[in-house]
Design a protein around this ligand. Sequence first.
Ligand SMILES: Cc1cc2nc3c(=O)[nH]c(=O)nc-3n(C[C@H](O)[C@H](O)[C@H](O)COP(=O)(O)OP(=O)(O)OC[C@H]3O[C@@H](n4cnc5c(N)ncnc54)[C@H](O)[C@@H]3O)c2cc1C
Length: 489
Amino acid sequence: MHREIVIIGGGATAVAAFTQVVRTPGIASVTTVDPNPVGLGHAFGVTDPMLLCNTSVDVTSLHPDGPSDLLDYLTERGWAARPEDFVPRYLVGHYCRERYLAGRREAERQGIAVSHHPARATAVRSTADGYRVELADGRRLAATDVLVCLGLDRPRLPELLRPYDGHPRLLPQPYPTDRLRALPEKAEVLVIGTKLSAIDAALVLCAGGRRTVMASPSGGLPAVRTRLCRPGRPLLDSRRWQRLDPRAEDLDRELTRLLLRAIGRAGSGLGLRAQTSSAAVGDERLREELALAAAGRVPWQDVIAEVIDAINAWTAPWDPALRAEVLARYRGLMSRYISSIPARNARLLSGHLDTGRLALAPGYPVGVEPAADDDGWQVEWPDGRRERFTHVVCGTGFHTPQLDVAAPGLYRIGPAVTHGAAPAITEELRLCDPHRGSVERIWVLGAAAHPRTAIVNYLNTAAKQAQRVAAQFTATAATAAAAPSVLAA
Ligand SMILES: Cc1cc2nc3c(=O)[nH]c(=O)nc-3n(C[C@H](O)[C@H](O)[C@H](O)COP(=O)(O)OP(=O)(O)OC[C@H]3O[C@@H](n4cnc5c(N)ncnc54)[C@H](O)[C@@H]3O)c2cc1C
């Protein structure tokens, strides 16, 4: 069996897939399609040293198990990194790029043809003997197997600002941060959002001395952590979690019990209330949670890695509607604690709040309009107050990557022109054509796997997915070797 693989997307997920799949038997060629250099995707291909990972070195690795491969990479190059450190994201970009290049050299030594095609893929079409990947530059690439590794790069504008998309003083996302750094020092900036990308924006703006106000519907910043590491011994009763019935009336109680027990095992007898702040005002809550983190009084943080794995495993067999319904109930909690921020970022935010350079708005704007003199924005707050800003920056997240079935056997990538059916993704991460009912040799990993995997914005999840795909390739090669006439994936 000679697989000709096309990987769509070349970010960290694609590198995790490449480095694992290329070691499986029977690979003839691997072509990566991405307009950017392979390894330098949207999440980690940044250049700004201000932008930190919000995951520790321990879990920000292309290998999901064992000692952190990122730690090895950094140590070999003389960085005094520890597993718990939150390193700048650009270092992870370099790491992915170098691991891709090394994997490529090794694969070529084994006789595998490896290439990078700098273009966007627009569709995957099934053919008599496999697939054709269609590119925006008009080229077509033949493949026996396709790995779809699209990331998050299309910013989601809040409804309030959608009429002004393209306005020269509206930045739809903070990246690349050069655009924030290029704003005048006297700029007065409204950042919409209070989660991770909004925090990146505020840190860059405030470091340059610009007065910045952050506003979001929740008004709340994430919790503060000093590490996100895998625990040395299991803290969570994952087996019991996997047996919980998502429709049970006492689900909340059961989940709370499991979590409290795990946190109890992680901590030194500290109750959950003593590990978090209940302050109603955002600035105060940040200060209190920063103090708790600095004092090492946040053992809740040590169960997060296991919780992410447990949620992904628990919800993977469910149908998408049930997954969406159950996860929606816990969305607020998950985003505050699973996506909590490194203490370094919290310290910087707190410092900017103290100097008055940064403020957290007490409410969400009821109106944002270009000012009459075209010199910025007029913002109306819920209490009727009006305030001028020179610029608005959105840190409101990204659209999930879109894949739709335009016709039987034709999968379109990107914002849909016509609304085709959504393809199903099997538990093995394979696309399933709803028209033909066939399971394709198209695997979906990373953010595009959101219809199957609950928490995708995490390199460790993507690395685990890559491992599962590689295991399927190995198993198929073994089956094909045992019965050469059987050609099934
Ligand atoms: C701002 C930000 C910060 C993050 N920080 C962390 C973190 O600290 N730790 C962590 O674990 N996770 C983090 N994540 C989550 C991150 O998405 C995952 O870790 C993921 O594994 C990153 O790699 P990726 O390859 O999936 O996505 P990306 O890095 O976005 O790469 C996707 C690539 O696909 C390409 N692409 C997109 N569409 C096409 C197309 N049609 N044709 C060809 N190529 C295409 C893009 O050009 C891009 O290079 C972050 C995400 C974001 C957005």
